[in-house]
Design a protein around this ligand. Structure first.
Ligand SMILES: [Fe+2]
Ligand SMILES: [Fe+2]
Length: 262
């Protein structure tokens, strides 16, 4: 794992997949309080001389992340940015990233009308993803599949499957609410990991019908890794164990509607 340190924050990077023309790279920060504990910030896909950022989020780590990205590809060669949904931890830094790059933005058709609120008025830089998904063809011929992930938790949300690396970027799906001292890069003990993922998925996902349908689609593409935005990555047998667990989960409206206090 490489370390880039600037202004006290340490940004870590890890190449999850690489061949001669394609790579998939993780970026995160290291907790100051606990050794070996990490937090995911974003992912970068490099295909020949073109880069794509996945959910670069807010701008708190912008200088450090930019420096870390430059270790792999010049920022000006970031030609696309994928925004999985509209939450602030995903989208709030969009104007800064668009100033720093010439990238086009991929985002759900549902959230395009939000972009002027972030100072984005140039529709030429926006590619809308229709509700049923999109296949993005890269320079090498590789395809990135924007897979509908609606209502898990956002109504306009997409995961992104990189066919070449067989890595599924799952946005907030699979996210664990873990304390700062419990963040390995990969899920090591799925049984132990359950206590970190269950509260989030139970409360944020709409219903078992929704999560089961998504799990069936994902099983069909057979990813080798499932990489969430905020937390440890599933690989090996934890991929199947996560999908098995999620497809059986009762969540959201399955648990009944909320009572009003008035
Ligand atoms: Fe979110
Ligand atoms: Fe999130």
């Amino acid at each position: 794992m490489k370390q880039i340190s600037r202004k006290k924050e340490v940004v870590l990077t890890k190449i999850l997949y690489a061949d001669q023309e394609h790579s998939f790279i993780w970026f995160g920060t290291e907790s100051k309080n606990c050794d070996g504990s990490v937090k995911t910030i974003l992912y970068l896909i490099i295909d020949n001389d073109e880069g794509m950022l996945l959910d670069p989020g807010d701008t708190r780590y912008f200088p450090q992340i930019s420096a870390a990205i430059e270790q792999y590809i010049p920022i000006k060669q970031i030609n696309s940015i994928f925004f999985s949904h509209q939450d602030p931890d995903v989208l709030s830094g969009i104007s800064r990233w668009l100033k720093a790059t010439d990238a086009k933005v991929y985002i759900s058709a549902l959230w395009v009308r939000f972009l002027p609120h972030f100072g984005i008025f140039d529709s030429d830089r926006v590619i809308t993803i229709p509700d049923n998904g999109l296949a993005i063809r890269q320079e090498s011929g590789n395809e990135l599949l924007c897979i509908p992930t609606h209502f898990m938790h956002s109504p306009g949300q997409f995961s992104l499957y990189d066919k070449r690396s067989k890595i599924l970027y799952s946005t907030d799906v699979g996210t664990a609410l873990v304390d700062d001292c419990s963040r390995p890069l990969f899920v090591e003990n799925f049984q132990d990991h359950l206590k970190y993922i269950e509260p989030f998925h139970t409360r944020y996902m709409a219903s078992n019908t929704v999560v089961r349908n998504w799990c069936e689609k994902i099983r069909h593409i057979e990813p080798e890794m499932i990489a969430p935005l905020h937390s440890p990555i599933y690989r090996g047998d934890t991929v199947g164990r996560f999908l098995d667990w999620l497809s059986e989960l009762k969540c959201g409206s399955d648990l009944g509607l909320y009572e009003y206090y008035f």
